[in-house]
Design a protein around this ligand. Sequence first.
Ligand code: TYD
Length: 206
Amino acid sequence: MTTGIRGRFISFEGIDGAGKSTQHQWLVEHLRAQGREVVATREPGGTPLGEKLRALLLAEPMQLDTEALLMFAARREHVELVIRPALARGAWVVCDRFIDASMAYQGGGRGLSTTRLSQLAQWTVGDLKPDLTLLFDLPVDIAMARLFAGTQNPDRFEREQAEFFERVRATYLTIAASEPHRVRVIDAGLSLSEIQVILENIIASL
Ligand code: TYD
């Protein structure tokens, strides 16, 4: 980056029902209150085309490879049109899910080849990685109970069985163990205010 003012890239991850979306909103407000330009975005989605792909991904039955390819197609639009330009002008990007979600859901959950997914990742985003990933971790039974309590019309992923989410969760935790400097595991069973104190401390150290 020629300006030397590249912003920060923070991603939120976790199994469905872990409560990351509430915390995502909170962190965006917290950073804005500090006077920063914050781009709040999500995957799949974040661009007009990406949001159309999201609607298909969450609703339409499809081949597992098709699902992975559409996730990465949406991501390519998002990275080129939103994330890289925002970071280049010094904004902070706070993204609800990124590549780790593909590794956890399509790799761990669906069982697709990690090598292939890594090749797609390299093609799609090159060496772009979040500076910080907040992994909201919760036992699957608790997350599923929260999901059933809070969701009227579960989407294609939310309708999956507990075993699927166990594999997703295990993959997330493996990623976290292999990249402890980037990925911070947050106990999503703590109260909202306890989690917010933890987030404040992590952000202060960024
Ligand atoms: P999610 O963040 O759970 O949206 P919401 O909170 O509005 O339900 O994301 C939608 C789903 O997409 C989620 O179940 C995980 C899935 N997903 C993947 O399978 N792979 C990916 O690469 C991404 C980004 C998401």
